[in-house]
Write a protein that binds this ligand. Structure first.
Ligand code: HEC
Length: 116
């Protein structure tokens, strides 16, 4: 029996978050883990939405990040990922060129927001 073409994936359910994870892996995972306590070159991004900027006690943030004085929300993250220096001048998230695709940014933020 030949597989019928109607057996193609019926639902793209979960595809959104899967592509968010893929985009994260491509753009961020060299330096960031989402898992709690897992700091690499960059701090872990566990529950980053709602977390105060530069607030992890066990990671050595730049003083710019420590003194940023705001809580990450979707909008801040979007601007930061597009152009870190515009949101936190003097931050040490380097080398990072910025993510110009607003589509990719949206996906990554959705992925981070649901990784709680
Ligand atoms: C080259 C390594 C590198 C890459 C790639 C990178 N980051 Fe970072 N990131 C860092 C470093 C280092 C810091 C700490 C910056 C500081 O202290 O000024 C940081 C800080 C952050 C913070 C602030 C965390 C906090 O606790 O306040 C967020 C949010 C963040 N990165 C998100 C991302 C996202 C999302 C991506 C992918 C789109 C990404 N980063 C890509 C290295 C990187």
């Amino acid at each position: 029996m030949l597989p019928s073409s109607s057996a193609l994936p019926q639902a793209s359910q979960g595809a959104e978050s899967a592509s968010g994870q893929l985009a994260f892996n491509n753009a961020c995972r060299t330096c960031h883990m989402v898992r709690e306590g897992d700091n690499r070159l960059g701090p872990n991004l566990h529950k980053i939405v709602g977390r105060k900027a530069g607030s992890l006690p066990d990671y050595g943030f730049s003083s710019a990040m420590k003194e940023a004085g705001f809580v990450w929300d979707e909008e801040k993250l979007d601007r930061f990922i597009a152009n870190p220096d515009e949101v936190v001048p003097g931050n040490s998230m380097k080398p990072y060129g910025g993510l110009s695709s607003s589509d990719d940014r949206k996906k990554i933020i959705a992925y981070l927001a649901q990784s709680r």
